[in-house]
Design a protein around this ligand. Structure first.
Ligand SMILES: CSC[C@@H](O)[C@@H](O)C(=O)COP(=O)(O)O
Length: 323
């Protein structure tokens, strides 16, 4: 596939150089395109913790590069593993990528994991596009685009594949409080791809649905339990309840590196609680970064292996192993 002018290439999102893991600092987008050089696994962990690099597959890729950097610079690989694994708790891709790297923490293996994640996104997009109705008004939440996966995108990849098939009329972009991944990152990516879109405040989704202006909700995921319960950015559960009320399908698009068969249900998924100051600097606040959508509210989960439907415990595939 040809690069789209202006589209951010995988190696611009995150890459390994001889002395650093270099990430595009997503905290500054879309105003500024600045790179952050992380010269140790601890600095990569900081970049993950502070959301300079974010999104479940992308933090797995960054951690893989961080472990390769530690190995190549002679740092303690076990200590680097522990530091990186502790950087964020919810996205299972982080632990998955580190476990795939541990037996062979080389640059080649990390780059293979990165390339494979992007390839998985392209396959998910191809599987998911036919689920999008003709002339669809799609609503998405947070950012599950190329920035979040290391290239191409999961939910945004599905939207983009559907758009290329002429199925998408427009995308409603939840701004995604409190850190505005939707308003800053998804809107930026859709603009780059030339896909018509409009940002809404999270609280406007109900009214839009009631007006009949949403045909399908498509999101990514940070961790999917064996029964299909899905952790994703806070607010996804609310959207799922709204979608059910209005008879609108919710489709989750995520690679098998996001599956956690060790978690029987969503109750076993750890939910990250971030600094309350991200919500209110003046007043006490509660700031969970994710919520869990019960499987019952999800119409389909799309992985690179295909479209999975109820019962998810039987239809979901096993997580992939790195080559
Ligand atoms: C393909 S990314 C899927 C999820 O990681 C995404 O929807 C999300 O919730 C990201 O949260 P973030 O806190 O920005 O890392």
């Amino acid at each position: 596939m040809m690069d789209i002018p202006g589209e951010i290439a995988p190696e611009q999102i995150v890459r390994l150089e001889h002395d650093a893991v270099v990430v595009l600092d997503q905290r500054l987008l879309p105003a500024e395109r600045a790179e952050l050089r992380c010269r140790s696994a601890a600095e990569v962990a900081d970049a993950i913790r502070t959301l300079a690099v974010r999104g479940a597959p992308a933090i797995g890729v960054a951690a893989a590069y961080g472990l390769a950097l530690a190995a190549s610079t002679g740092d303690d690989v076990d200590a680097a593993y522990a530091t990186l694994a502790a950087s964020r708790p919810t996205a299972v891709n982080l632990r998955w990528a580190l476990d795939e790297m541990r037996p062979d923490p080389t640059a080649a293996r990390a780059r293979r994991i990165h390339a494979d994640e992007v390839e998985r996104c392209r396959r998910m997009g191809a599987h998911a596009a036919p689920l999008v109705p003709e002339r669809a008004r799609v609503l998405t939440h947070c950012n599950a685009g190329g920035l979040a996966t290391g290239g191409y995108g999961s939910a945004v990849g599905a939207i983009r594949a559907a758009w290329e098939q002429g199925r998408v009329e427009r995308v409603w972009v939840d701004e995604t409080r409190p850190l505005l991944q939707g308003a800053r990152l998804t809107a930026f990516e859709l603009e780059t791809l030339g896909i018509p879109h409009a940002v809404i405040v999270d609280g406007a989704a109900a009214s839009l649905m009631a007006r009949g202006e949403v045909d399908v909700v498509i999101t990514g995921a940070d961790r999917i339990a064996a029964n299909g319960d899905t952790a994703n950015k806070i607010g996804t559960y609310g959207l799922a309840v709204l979608a059910r009320h209005h008879g609108i399908p919710l489709v989750v698009v995520a690679p098998t590196s996001t599956l956690d068969p060790a978690a029987a249900t969503g109750a076993e998924i750890p939910i990250e609680e971030r600094d309350p100051a991200e919500v209110s600097e003046r007043f006490p606040a509660w700031n969970p970064a994710f919520d869990v959508t019960p499987a019952d509210l999800i119409a389909a989960i799309v992985t690179e292996e295909g479209v999975h439907t109820h019962p998810f415990a039987e239809s979901l595939p096993a997580p992939v192993r790195a080559r």
